[in-house]
Design a binder for this molecule. Structure first.
Ligand SMILES: [Zn+2]
Ligand SMILES: [Zn+2]
Length: 343
């Protein structure tokens, strides 16, 4: 009943981390053995894989090498084609999602208290283990997601990191009911968080350099859109910084209302300039970072995305053009998210 799994597959792997514009490029397409699912794991045939800014950090070396020649990609929609020993959650043919957060120890004090995202032993898809820029990949079954039927593979893919981590950022930003939210940077994650916020009655203001991104934000129902360093038209209860640009932090703090919270959503951020206490921090302003997500965040977000009709706007690239897609993500100003498709 299972389809034939080829002995080898095509996969992209990071050769030597460096700028994606380099020639030779830091990412190359190779043929390698198809992985076998280990104990408790499942093997999937990849149907679609989102291209996340973190893939760029892994490929360019902003994040240290965790696994040599790693295959990036952690917004994976795949079909279960083989079930490893001891795995029993899914059946052959099921369509599942594989996220960034791949495994945590389950026994440390963070795992035991609902903060598994802070586990010091946590590992990540497409950083510590090979990800979805490949025809096949594996995942521990307990860390995969069932996907709502209403999303096709391509529109489901960005929900798995851009969506889930955007949701955790949204929660960390502590937005009061009916409040005002600022979003700094407007890419894959922000355009999903914006929809979530608007559908829950939050007024959203967007700060981004790209004119097209500003237009896109307004078309999605955001109340205003302006430059990344502009003054906000209204004091903001909460804000999320999605751009990996520390130089945007002072303005984001200055735009907060007293008591407001700024959540820094990225795994990597360039240095934050010197802050002025009166202008940026006083009046009980709160700054927090966001680290990965818990599985509970993932389950909550996917349920909300289905119920609220949150839809990723995607630009697709064939799997063979992963490098072109990464270069495009680096340029920024994409409307929504970028996704690799497979035949
Ligand atoms: Zn742990
Ligand atoms: Zn990601």
């Amino acid at each position: 009943m299972s389809e034939t799994i080829p002995a080898t597959m095509r996969a992209w792997q990071v050769t030597t981390p460096g700028p994606v514009e380099n020639n030779p490029a830091p990412l190359s397409l190779v043929t390698k053995p198809t992985p076998a699912p280990k104990m408790g794991e499942i093997l999937v045939k990849v149907l679609a894989c989102g291209v996340c800014h973190t893939d760029l950090h892994v490929t360019e070396g902003d994040l240290p090498v965790h696994r040599e020649h790693v295959t990036p990609g952690h917004e994976i929609v795949g079909q279960v084609v083989k079930i490893g020993e001891g795995a029993h959650r899914f059946r052959l043919g099921d369509r599942i999602g594989i996220p960034w957060f791949r495994h945590a120890c389950g026994v440390c004090r963070f795992c035991r208290s609902g903060k598994e995202n802070l586990c010091p032993h946590s590992v990540y898809t497409g950083w510590d283990y090979d990800g979805g820029y490949a025809e096949y990949t594996t995942v521990p079954e307990g860390f995969a997601y069932r996907l709502p039927d209403q999303f096709d593979a391509v529109t489901a893919a960005p929900l798995l990191c851009a969506g889930i981590i955007g949701y955790r950022s949204y929660c960390r930003a502590n937005i009061p009911a009916g409040g005002t939210l600022g979003l700094y940077g407007f890419g894959g994650s922000a355009h999903l968080a914006a929809q979530l916020a608007i559908k829950q009655g939050i007024e959203v203001h967007v700060f981004t350099r790209g004119k097209d991104a500003q237009k896109f934000a307004l078309a999605l129902g955001c109340t205003s859109a302006q430059g990344a360093y502009d003054q906000s038209p209204v004091p903001l209860d909460s804000s999320i910084l999605f751009a990996p640009a520390g130089q945007m932090v002072p303005n984001a703090l200055a735009n907060l209302a007293p008591g407001g919270t700024l959540a820094l959503a990225g795994i990597h951020l360039s240095d934050v300039p010197v802050l002025n206490y009166q202008q940026h921090l006083f009046h009980e302003k709160v700054v927090t970072s966001v680290e990965s997500n818990t599985r509970r965040d993932g389950e909550e977000f996917l349920t909300l995305a289905a119920r609220l009709g949150i839809k990723a706007q995607v630009t697709t690239y064939p799997f063979e053009e992963a490098l072109t897609a990464l270069r495009r993500v680096k340029q920024g100003n994409l409307d929504g998210a970028c996704v690799l498709t497979f035949d």
